[in-house]
Design a protein around this ligand. Structure first.
Ligand code: CP
Length: 302
């Protein structure tokens, strides 16, 4: 099966994917990872990536499979080959493909014609479902089954963050969680998203906050994102210098609160925070390999 959008996932799928990590690790412990010995994962990134590409590569290696990487810069695109012919060609060389593309909906189009499972590694400002599974898994690892009672504050470029869009779809499967936003100027969530969240999570008040009306005792998870400069063509959109998650901000939160970020970061997440016990983003990165092993296994076998 493909993984194109978080909309595909049910609570049952998520539980399976989380529990499957334990089974895979147990299986690998005996060095018996021949199950994927003949399988090839193809990484196809039309946009830059560090974490998504490398963690899928690492995950497939740990499963005992092999990885090949499409290099756009040295491909026959430069001899006039169409996108469709390029993708149809790449599909012939492997058993599962991870693809990132700057255009919203493009990964879905590829999945419609694909003969092998497609994993969306991020399509424009739309979705990044494997990141959302990693994010929810990180929250679950911190709070165990009590994660369903936690409150999350999304910070930054809400409008263009595909990781936030995909994560909200998963959080919406757990109505007892609560959602608030601390957005950069002009980068607010859509009215439709706000209405939907209020309905699902039974939140009646204002869920859009500013730096002066945050109830720090209410927040368990701060999920920070950078300004997506590559998606904002409007020169008037600038990083809000007053919205920076630093030690001063973090130390007002509960002792067991966590600060997450999909990374890469810019100025919105202060490097001084890295030694704060609430900083959780490097732990989040590590968990990316485990969940992606589970995702590859799930997509190949379903
Ligand atoms: N979180 C994430 O998608 O990072 P990369 O852009 O480095 O893959």
């Amino acid at each position: 099966m493909h993984l194109v959008t978080s909309d595909q996932l049910t609570e049952k799928d998520i539980t399976y994917l989380f529990n499957n990590i334990g089974s895979i690790k147990q299986y690998n412990k005996f060095g018996d990872n021949v199950k994927y010995g003949n399988k090839v994962l193809i990484n196809v990134f039309y946009e830059y990536s560090t974490r998504t590409s490398l963690s899928f590569e690492c995950a497939m290696n740990k499963l005992g499979g092999k990885v090949i990487t499409f290099n756009k810069e040295f491909s026959s695109i430069h001899k006039g080959e169409t996108f469709e012919d390029t993708i149809r060609t790449i599909m012939c060389y492997g058993d599962i493909m991870v693809i990132r593309h700057p255009e919203k909906g493009m990964v879905n189009k590829i999945a419609e014609i694909s003969t092998i499972p497609i994993i969306n590694g991020g399509d424009g400002n739309n979705e990044h479902p494997s990141q959302s599974l990693l994010d929810l898994y990180s929250i679950y690892k911190k709070y165990d089954s009590d994660f369903v009672n936690k409150t999350i504050l999304f910070v930054g470029d809400i409008l263009n963050s595909r990781t936030i869009h995909s994560l909200i779809k998963l959080i919406n499967l757990y109505p007892s969680m609560k959602i608030f936003f601390l957005p950069f100027d002009n980068l607010h969530p859509s009215e439709e998203m706000i209405k939907n969240i209020k309905n699902i999570h039974n939140q009646s008040g204002n869920i859009i906050l500013n730096m002066s009306n945050i109830n720090y005792n209410e927040i368990d998870i701060v999920y920070c994102t950078r300004l997506q400069k590559e998606r904002n063509t409007n020169d008037n959109i600038l990083l809000n210098e007053n919205i920076i998650i630093n030690n001063e901000f973090a130390n007002k939160l509960k002792e067991d609160a966590i600060i997450m970020h999909p990374l890469p970061r810019n100025k919105e997440l202060d490097i001084d925070l890295d030694n704060n016990h609430r900083a959780y983003y490097f732990e989040q990165i590590k968990l990316g390999v485990d969940i992606r092993m589970s995702i590859i296994d799930y997509c190949i076998n379903n």
